[in-house]
Design a protein around this ligand. Structure first.
Ligand code: FES
Length: 178
């Protein structure tokens, strides 16, 4: 049911893994299947110089992450922003209709990463209402793009990213908000 291209990208994923020197990260999840994707970008002179990804999901989610990374690399931010789920599915020589939402996840992940890149200072400032600068940066680089995302993240996820002190501050903050 999968095309040769999908199988190739699934079995030999391109640009897989976290980018240690990322400028921004897009974190998206699919509430239906529970799959989660992180897209990391490094931007230079307005272009996507490097891209990486971590995807916990089905074969189509892996293949679409891989293909998206190939399509986006070297593009300007504006061009990369316009990559659609159809572009990704077409480049993979089609996806079964039931799997189209997986390519949507990849396109959305990149768009989120670019938006976060463009709003970086504002997002870090917002996170600094709750935690110190270092933890705000760590959260930002894990794809937590503000207080709304903090509310959506699980306690485990926050504990993995932030220092113990920051995690405690976040817990108290969310309790007061809640
Ligand atoms: S089934 Fe969830 S992303 Fe493919």
């Amino acid at each position: 049911m999968y095309s040769k291209r999908v199988m190739d990208h699934f079995l030999n994923p391109r640009n897989k893994g976290r980018l240690e020197d990322a400028d921004a990260v897009g974190r998206v999840g699919n509430p239906v299947c529970g799959d989660v994707m992180h897209i990391y970008i490094k931007v230079k002179d307005g272009k996507i110089e490097k891209i990486g990804w971590e995807t916990m999901g089905c074969a189509a989610a892996i293949a679409t992450s891989s293909m998206l990374s190939e399509l986006a690399k070297g593009k300007t931010i504006d061009e990369a922003m316009k990559i659609s789920k159809k572009d990704i599915a077409d480049a993979l020589e089609g996806l079964p209709p039931i799997k189209m939402h997986c390519s949507n996840l990849a396109a959305e992940g990149l768009q989120r990463a670019i938006e976060n890149y463009l709003n970086r200072d504002k997002i870090i400032e917002e996170l600094m209402q709750v935690v110190g600068k270092e933890d705000a940066m760590a959260l930002f680089l894990a794809g937590i793009a503000g207080i709304d995302d903090l509310k959506k993240a699980s306690v485990e996820e926050i504990a993995n990213i932030a220092s113990d002190e920051a995690a405690e501050r976040i817990r108290k903050f969310l309790k007061n908000e809640g």
